[in-house]
Design a protein around this ligand. Structure first.
Ligand code: RTP
Ligand code: MG
Length: 136
């Protein structure tokens, strides 16, 4: 079934010059870009995006990090796109969970600086795409 998912190359990925690497892996997997934009986000958008983590000990530093510089937001489409991108990304902790061959497993060391975001369910994807790309 064709799905859409929201992907972010977080500020660490953009500043480290890994945007092309991430996009290349998305395309080589067979997924398609349907929207792509470089932008710096304000706190309000970051809070809404990560609302599920409100109250967690890392929430403040997560907001600070995600608003710290330009990121790349994309909508990615394809069969089982949500799970397919989560597979490309690897687990949240880039050392304990992500395996080599994944984006996080290959390029990241710390959970906070884990380079990419991908929606985790059809409900999250719908909510996040509407939030980031209301005109799509
Ligand atoms: P994301 O939402 O960014 O795609 O990552 P995820 O689903 O793999 O992980 P999630 O549990 O949703 O956590 C969101 C982001 O918060 C940061 N985090 N830090 N210090 C910590 O223990 C901790 N836990 C999570 C990470 O940047 C994670 O990607
Ligand atoms: Mg998440």
């Amino acid at each position: 079934m064709t799905e859409r998912t929201l992907v972010l190359v977080k500020p660490d990925g953009v500043s480290r010059g890994l945007t092309g690497e991430v996009i290349s892996r998305i395309e080589r997997k067979g997924l398609k870009l349907v929207a792509l934009e470089l932008r710096t986000v304000d706190r309000a958008l970051a809070e809404q995006h990560y609302a599920e983590h409100d109250g967690r000990p890392f929430f403040e530093s997560l907001l600070e990090f995600i608003t710290s510089g330009p990121l790349v937001a994309a909508v990615v489409e394809g069969p089982r796109a949500i799970a397919a991108f989560r597979q490309l990304a690897g687990g949240t902790d880039p050392v304990e969970k992500a395996t080599p061959g994944t984006i996080r497993g290959d390029f990241a060391l710390e959970t906070q600086f884990n380079l990419v975001h991908g929606s985790d369910s059809t409900e999250s994807a719908a909510r996040e795409i509407k939030l980031w790309f209301p005109d799509l």
